[in-house]
Design a protein around this ligand. Structure first.
Ligand code: KIV
Length: 273
């Protein structure tokens, strides 16, 4: 066994994957889950989706910077190899580039993560430029933007009509030109996501977008089959961990009620003389 410390993938390593083998990305929010995925993923996103999948909120809007930092720290403790980025939550960056810098620098300082992600297109380009010029790596997020749920009246796929196609193309270009190292395309009609991927010089990371994207990201609780709330069309369940947990609880409850658990095997017995 070698004692050489494992080097984490860096932001430039992720950028260098443009047009090559797809970037594998998943969300993680906790130390054990980060440990489980660290060998197999390139990029871990501590997503503000944690508000919905961990805290049971209906939207991501009530997620705070403190929540993101606590979960960012947990994920950093659980990972050694993957590049880690942390979402900036709603209200923590939209007011001004200066507010975004204060939040983003605090997130990087307190978690040790490599980058932040923020939602928004043309309207956030000035902020992305402000951050990247001050050495804060930023991943953009355009298309379906969960933090815009109230303005949109729901979680709506982007690029369904001509105006929508033009908007998502303009948004992704604005974020790339502002210096983002990558951009998440969420809920973007497939050929549009492919076109954007071909046009941009930075990696696109798709979620409900296109196999042509430079990478893919999904919410870990969705692929594990733990989150039972709802299943968007773009989610593929790779396991039924929620069902397994439910069965374990049921069996535990039966065994406690019947006194089958704890059997002597699980008890501390007096020392034999
Ligand atoms: O918050 C999140 O998990 C995300 C992904 C869905 C891309 O932004």
């Amino acid at each position: 066994m070698s004692n050489t410390p494992v080097k984490r993938l860096s932001v430039p390593n992720i950028m260098a994957k443009k047009g090559k083998e797809p970037i594998v990305s998943l969300t993680a929010y906790t130390t054990p889950v980060a440990q489980l995925m660290d060998d197999d993923v390139d990029l871990i996103l501590v997503g503000d989706s944690l508000g919905m999948v961990i805290y049971g909120l209906d939207t991501t809007l009530a997620v705070t910077t403190e929540m993101m930092i606590a979960h960012g720290q947990a994920v950093m403790r659980g990972s050694k190899k993957a590049c880690v980025m942390v979402d900036l939550p709603f209200g923590s960056y939209q007011e001004s580039p200066e507010q975004a810098f204060r939040t983003a620098s605090r997130v990087l300082q307190e978690t040790g993560a490599a980058a932040v992600k923020l939602e928004g297109g043309e309207e956030m380009a000035e902020t992305v430029e402000f951050l990247t010029k001050r050495n804060i790596p930023v991943c953009g997020h355009v298309g379906l933007m969960p933090q815009a749920v109230q303005m949109m009246g729901g979680f709506k796929v982007a690029g369904k009509n001509d105006a929508g196609v033009q908007k998502v193309i303009r948004d992704s270009h604005a974020i790339a030109n502002a210096g983002a190292f990558a951009v998440v395309l969420e809920g973007v009609v497939e050929p549009v996501a492919e076109t954007i991927t071909q046009q941009l010089s930075i990696p696109t990371i798709g979620i409900g977008a296109s196999p042509a994207c430079d990478g893919q990201v999904l919410v870990c609780d969705d692929i594990f089959g733990v989150f039972q709330g709802f299943k968007p069309k773009f989610v593929k369940r790779y396991a039924q961990v929620g069902q397994t947990m439910k069965e374990a609880v049921k069996q535990y409850a039966e065994e406690v009620r019947s006194r089958a658990f704890p059997s002597m095997e699980y008890c501390f017995l007096p020392k034999k003389n």
